[in-house]
Design a protein. Structure first.
Length: 148
């Protein structure tokens, strides 16, 4: 595969993922980023998570996490509570609305994962993931150099 075909394929995957997200999440009025973040919070052991822990866990920027949390808060899925020992930290508290949506979110994430790996042999997945992580690191490196 040539470099141009790889870029085109990645763009096509991105477009198809956006269409899939819009179709599957339309009823929940949630974006992929919101569903993904909620799913991560559900899977964390602590009942009181903060954005720093989320950044470390999933590798998203702090601004991206903050933006998504703001929307989740606005839509009633999370509440924020100041840490009593450190007023700079805010804890993310899931609301009853979030717990009511937990099944939908988990089903969506599982369905998307199943869709992505369908017909790919198990032994190939680690190589694909490794290549995608290398691509991500390459792009992140170039992005960080430009922003400095």
């Amino acid at each position: 595969m040539s470099e141009k075909n790889l870029l085109l394929t990645l763009r096509q995957i991105n477009i198809c993922l956006n269409i899939y997200e819009n179709e599957k999440l339309a009823a929940s009025e949630m974006t992929f980023a919101q569903a993904f973040l909620l799913n991560e919070i559900f899977s964390m052991d602590s009942s009181c998570v903060n954005s720093t822990e989320l950044c470390e866990r999933i590798g998203f920027t702090r601004s991206s996490i903050s933006r998504t949390l703001k929307e989740l808060r606005k839509n009633g899925y999370v509440k924020m509570r100041l840490d009593k020992s450190d007023n700079r930290k805010k804890h993310i508290i899931l609301t009853p609305k979030a717990y009511a949506a937990e099944g939908i979110v988990k089903d969506y994430i599982d369905s998307l994962n199943d869709c992505l790996v369908q017909e790919i042999p198990e032994h190939s997945l680690s190589g694909i993931e490794s290549a995608l992580r290398t691509i991500l690191a390459n792009v992140q490196e170039k992005s960080l150099k430009k922003s400095v």
